[in-house]
Design a protein around this ligand. Structure first.
Ligand code: SF4
Length: 175
């Protein structure tokens, strides 16, 4: 076998190895510099670059955009109704929980592997146990904290997969 052929095979093996070993991170798109926040602001935290360096493939998702909410959009909130927590758009009073759950299940069932989530803190869709739950639509009375609707489905579909946010992602190396 000539030298050129050897080098070609080595390179091919390296590429295949990288492909096989690539881990998958599902990340809230608003953390990746996409214009999908409710207020239309763009924020980039350098998370994609940081994960790519650690051999993660980054899959971005914005559940609120995916169910047809525009940018900018009227804010949505978690509201306690009896024993249930609803997801409602304050201004239009549109109930969005079922739609968002349906999207989440569909999206997650298409992914075979997820090694880590990086989800926006305090969001009623992407928050991880840190999203305010209000007593009703009008007042600012907070009765507790919960997962966002998307995050809750992530935990059900991929139990045990670590969930970071934009603040603690930089401690990823502890895993
Ligand atoms: S927190 Fe989640 S739903 Fe809200 S803008 Fe970011 S990605 Fe979209």
């Amino acid at each position: 076998m000539n030298l050129q052929r050897c080098q070609h095979l080595l390179e091919r093996n390296r590429t295949l190895k990288n492909k096989v070993e690539k881990k998958v991170a599902v990340v809230s798109k608003c953390l990746l510099g996409y214009r999908c926040r409710f207020d239309g602001e763009i924020r980039n935290y350098g998370i994609k670059e940081m994960l790519n360096k650690r051999n993660y493939e980054v899959v971005g998702v914005c559940p609120e955009l995916e169910i047809g909410l525009g940018v900018p959009r009227e804010p949505i909130r978690l509201v306690l109704k009896g024993k249930r927590i609803l997801l409602i758009q304050k201004k239009t009073q549109m109930k969005l929980k079922r739609k968002l759950e349906r999207f989440s299940k569909d999206f997650l069932s298409r992914l075979k592997r997820i090694d880590v989530f990086v989800l926006k803190s305090k969001s009623p869709s992407c928050g991880n146990n840190d999203c305010k739950v209000f007593s009703n639509l009008k007042d600012e009375i907070v009765v507790g904290f919960s997962d966002g609707v998307f995050t809750k489905v992530c935990k059900r579909f991929f139990p045990g997969v670590y969930i970071f946010n934009e603040e603690n992602i930089f401690s990823l190396d502890i895993l």
